[in-house]
Design a protein around this ligand. Structure first.
Ligand code: FES
Length: 126
């Protein structure tokens, strides 16, 4: 059964950066995409690692987040995978190596959550 969890105030996310918040024990990322706040589970669908900490560092721009491990790129609003395992730790690798880096995993989307803004409060539906 879905539950609604307050994750902060609008001002907490107004800087356009990707923020990590704890929502009832689930680590999620929240960021602005255009004029809207979007949220996704802070867990890469490739191997389940954090989207915000790893050897490639946090990378978020234009509503897209890049996994710090194998550089898979995702649209934060839809969760869609835009590029799958093109490298390691922020460095691109030769195209032929992508399948090896993928370790047999097929491209998958992020788990996204609905975000609601009520007054100054931001909620996610888990
Ligand atoms: S863990 Fe994210 S691309 Fe591999």
């Amino acid at each position: 059964m879905p539950s609604r969890v307050r994750v902060g105030s609008v001002a907490d996310f107004a800087d356009g950066k990707l923020h990590v918040v704890d929502a009832a024990g689930t680590s999620i990322v929240v960021g602005l995409t255009g004029d809207s706040l979007c949220a996704a589970r802070n867990r890469c669908p490739h191997l389940g690692f954090s989207l915000t900490s790893g050897p490639g560092g946090l990378r978020y721009a234009d509503g897209q987040v890049v996994c710090p491990w194998h550089n898979s790129r995702f649209d934060l609003a839809s969760g869609e995978n835009l590029d799958w395992t093109p490298g390691f730790a922020g460095r691109d690798m030769p195209r032929w190596s992508r399948r090896m880096i993928a370790l047999g995993r097929k491209p998958s989307p992020l788990t996204t959550y609905e975000v609601m803004v009520e007054g100054d409060d931001v909620y996610v539906e888990l």
